[in-house]
Design a binder for this molecule. Structure first.
Ligand SMILES: [Zn+2]
Length: 238
């Protein structure tokens, strides 16, 4: 009798431990998409940019201008979603979603702002802002692109993975899609693998080394868990 009680107690303790483990330590499982085709703005019903006059278009061969890829996390926990990210950013001073691509937890790849439009994700420089102010004062707005050339966003494709990677890891689906997207972008725009960086590396590589001054604080983006997983993924890309 005593033996049976101990046995039942053992099972109860084990069951309890499994429940605790699943509730606290295990991330929800996402079924990875098998479709890597980029989901267009029309398909996910993006809001239009707030003011198309505020868009800075490259208006040149993208092969000549797109040189870098900067990788981010959304910093929102869980699966916040491309629609919510766009709305949040448009409510907080951005003309449109800041990035060119967004990867959801299940690995779906969404089109962000148009690839032909300069992003708003890699940081800001004093020099770009001062020159932009001066150009605006002289009402020479069509030359504003000259100021943007001093900005780390100029020539940088922004890729964001949804999640807060200070608190959670990217999903395996996200890493798989990231590798596919990066390979495609490298090939399509002839981008050197050495020019793919994390957001927290952009300040050094795209601002300090160019002898420009950053007007933004250091960032932890894409988070400690994101940085580890993305660096590992980058090594595996050919
Ligand atoms: Zn970032």
């Amino acid at each position: 009798m005593k033996k049976i009680n101990l046995y039942l107690l053992g099972i109860a303790v084990l069951t309890f431990a499994v429940i605790i483990y699943l509730s606290f330590f295990n991330l929800p499982n996402y079924e990875c998409t098998e479709n890597f085709k980029v989901i267009s703005r029309n398909e996910w019903k993006a809001n239009p940019p707030l003011d198309t006059a505020d868009e800075i278009s490259y208006e040149m061969d993208l092969l000549k201008v797109l040189k870098n890829i900067v990788i981010h996390h959304s910093a929102f926990s869980g699966n916040f979603g491309v629609e919510n990210i766009q709305s949040y950013q448009q409510d907080n001073g951005f003309n449109d979603i800041a990035y060119h691509y967004l990867i959801s937890k299940d690995g779906k790849i969404f089109e962000g702002r148009n690839i032909n439009i300069v992003g708003a994700h890699a940081g800001e420089t004093l020099e770009a802002n001062n020159l932009a102010d001066s150009i605006r004062k002289h009402l020479d707005a069509k030359n504003i692109i000259e100021a943007y050339k001093l900005d780390p966003d100029y020539g940088s494709i922004g890729v964001c993975l949804d999640g807060n990677f200070e608190k959670e890891k990217p999903t395996s689906c996200q890493i798989r899609s990231l590798k596919k997207l990066l390979s495609d972008l490298m090939q399509k725009y002839n981008i050197d693998k050495n020019n793919i960086m994390l957001h927290n590396e952009a300040r050094e590589l795209l601002i300090v080394q160019k002898k420009l001054q950053s007007v933004k604080d250091e960032t932890v983006c894409p988070g400690i868990f994101g940085a580890n997983a993305i660096k590992k993924a980058l090594k595996e890309i050919k």
